[in-house]
Design a protein around this ligand. Structure first.
Ligand code: AP5
Length: 216
């Protein structure tokens, strides 16, 4: 199964990609996670990407394309993958299409997450993350037992620098301008599945599962 999870910031792509990863036993490739790891390691790529990410802007295409192509070449991707947050521009979509055409392994499904924009801001402003990888919390929808502390390891939870309202609005503008046109791009390829993603996570997961099973 080779799938793309497409949608605005906070649409639930990451949440649902992790569930689908476990269900289909294929890796979830998140360019956001790969870039954040590069920033943490202070690699050359990370140092270049940091400013764009913290301001809520897209990282330049050539950097992201090189990163994801390298990741897709790793052995765990042989039976497929879920792309979470890539592609985000037409140039990225075209580069991906070329790369997969050369391998004879095209994208089989694109899940388009549709959410009310005001809900996105609420979801992202309240998100808090365990710095040791024990998951995500939300100050209102999924609060930790002790305020500001991870339930699993007790570490102080992190508020992503781009999860503040100004940066969220910048990310939403980048989505409207550069990423939303990909809906038509993939519709024209006959692989688009629209999913209403306003409701509860289990209901959304069932709709995603059924769309992915219809092509696998
Ligand atoms: P990235 O990390 O990809 O950020 P994003 O797309 O803005 O994604 P998010 O993680 O914010 O949202 P999501 O849709 O995954 O939602 P999630 O499941 O986490 O990218 C960050 C930055 O990296 C970009 O701004 C850019 O700078 C750079 N970048 C990355 N990829 C790039 C690319 N291809 N090209 C160029 N630059 C790139 O959920 C969000 C919150 O909502 C969570 O708290 C969750 O618990 C909650 N939630 C989820 N579903 C529900 C639900 N149904 N009900 C209630 N709450 C929910």
């Amino acid at each position: 199964m080779r799938a793309i999870f497409l949608g605005p910031p906070g649409a639930g792509k990451g949440t649902q990609a992790k569930r689908a990863r476990d269900l289909f036993s294929i890796p979830q490739l998140s360019t956001g996670d790969l870039l954040r790891q590069a920033v943490k390691e202070e690699s050359e790529l990370g140092l270049k990407a940091k400013g764009y990410m913290e301001a809520g802007h897209l990282v330049p295409d050539e950097m992201v394309i090189a990163l994801i192509v390298e990741r897709m070449q790793q052995p765990d991707c042989a039976d497929g993958f879920i792309l979470d947050g890539f592609p985000r521009t037409e140039a990225q979509a075209v580069a991906l299409e070329r790369e997969l055409e050369e391998r004879g392994t095209p994208i089989e499904a694109v899940i388009n997450f549709r959410v009310d924009p005001e809900r996105l801001v609420e979801r992202l402003v309240g998100r808090r993350i365990c710095p040791n990888g024990h998951g995500e919390y939300h100050v209102r929808f999924h609060p930790p037992r002790a305020e500001g502390r991870c339930d699993v390891c007790g570490a102080e939870l992190v508020h992503r620098p781009d999860d503040h309202e100004d940066q969220i609005r910048t990310r939403m503008r980048a989505y409207d301008q550069d990423t939303a046109p990909l809906i038509a791009f993939y519709e024209s390829r006959g692989v688009l599945h629209d999913i209403g993603a306003d409701g509860d996570m289990d209901g959304i997961a069932r709709r995603v599962e059924s769309a992915l099973k219809s092509v696998s």
